[in-house]
Design a protein around this ligand. Structure first.
Ligand code: GLA
Length: 382
């Protein structure tokens, strides 16, 4: 059955016999450009998308949180309210909602007992931030239960804290801000140092096509933490708080002190910040060829300097390039997940089908689909 808010409310009822009190929807995100720069205070350009995680909740008299998903093999999880803070473990799905409940509780926003059922139209593990969507859906339920509404930025920071402390992923702020500040029809230029968000219209003439490689290499999380550490080492050598404060010239003149690997990591970050700035201007002026050129350069930098791509993602970008699509690059943390393509809107369905077919011919079972820029996580009217 298609995941919808109404179907999630029905799931809640079937599972625990309760009528829904609160309903929420939280989108996934794509990122047009600005990859692996958010944790260095850089500029990113993501958009919330029209695929979501849904949460349906009922108040409980008992002081417990009960969690349920429709995902195959995921058992119900029950945690006493008093034990929320101390719960953490391997990054199973329940750690995301538990982490958000715990972080809200510690910030003085403690709920009473709740039963929460989750379902999703957003695929998990595709690099579309289903974790941030899970977190945001939980946060919106908590805020409804308490009758409060936190600003997007505060909610994003609490969700990020939950991901750091309860899922063990030292992520930046991009995903949580994108899903909590998204606007229909717009990408968001986010300054990850000031956390200022500037919505930028996505021209009607272009479509964003996601290609989910279907792979996620096991080293992804460990390598993410290593890249962060490399960037921090580079910033320290350059004497700046974060690489956002360094220029390409500074990095080039410190090449010897940085050493070969750290130099390439730093070069990726400082050039990606420049590319993102130029891309946002190109998009605003509808210079789509320039935008495509910058996406191609971003992919090359992530592949060669930052070394977070993988064979499958490189093959998918080659396939898109071979079809005349220059605006194609790996997206998100890397080592699997998806690529993103910017294509003429009228061609999007045919391009998606052609990419799936061509990828099949190279031994990859991928799923390609257009997405549109959507609104932020929010309550759904009952
Ligand atoms: C993941 C993280 C983000 C960001 C991207 C790479 O999606 O959650 O914070 O660092 O990788 O741009």
């Amino acid at each position: 059955m298609q995941a919808t808010p109404a179907a999630t409310a029905a799931q809640l009822h079937t599972w625990c016999g309760r009528e829904v009190d609160f309903l929420a929807a939280a989108p996934g995100r794509i990122n047009l450009i600005g990859e692996h720069v958010d944790y260095q205070g850089g500029l990113v350009l993501p958009a919330a998308i029209d695929l979501s995680v849904f949460a349906a909740a009922a108040r409980l008299d008992e002081p417990v949180i009960r969690l349920h998903t429709s995902f195959p093999g995921a058992d119900e999880v029950v945690i006493p309210l008093a034990a929320l803070a101390s719960q953490s473990g391997p990054a199973a799905w329940a750690n995301y909602p538990i982490g958000v409940l715990a972080c809200y509780q510690q910030a003085g926003h403690a709920t009473g007992g709740l039963a929460i059922a989750f379902d999703a139209s957003l695929p998990a593990g595709a690099g579309l931030s289903s974790s941030a969507a899970f977190e945001a859906a939980t946060a919106v339920i908590i805020e409804q239960a308490l009758g409060i509404r936190l600003p997007a930025r505060d909610r994003a920071l609490l969700c990020q804290q939950a991901e750091h402390r309860y899922a063990g992923v030292p992520c930046g702020i991009m995903d949580q801000l994108a899903v909590n500040a998204g606007q229909a029809g717009h990408a968001l230029l986010i300054d990850c140092q000031s956390l200022e968000v500037s919505p930028t219209p996505v021209p009607d003439s272009v479509a964003m096509v996601v290609v989910d490689s279907g792979v996620k290499h096991a080293l992804a999380d460990g390598e993410y933490a290593k890249r962060r550490a490399d960037c921090e080492a580079a910033a320290q050598t350059l004497g700046v708080r974060c690489l956002r404060e360094a220029s390409p010239e500074m990095v080039i003149s410190a090449q010897t002190q940085l050493g070969e690997r750290i130099f390439r990591r730093a070069r990726h970050v400082v050039t990606e910040v420049e590319r993102t700035r130029k891309f946002a201007a190109a998009l605003a002026e509808h210079h789509l060829e320039e935008a495509a050129r910058l996406m191609a350069a971003s992919h090359a930098s992530l592949r060669d300097d930052f070394e977070v791509s993988c064979d499958e993602l490189n093959t998918l970008v080659e396939i898109a390039n071979g079809m005349g699509i220059r605006g194609s690059r790996m997206m998100g943390g890397g080592f699997g997940g998806s690529t993103i393509q910017l294509v003429p809107v009228a061609d999007a369905p045919a391009i998606a089908t052609a990419i799936e077919h061509a990828a099949g011919g190279r031994g990859l079972r991928v799923s390609a689909f257009p997405v549109t820029a959507a609104a932020a996580a929010a309550p759904v009217a009952l």
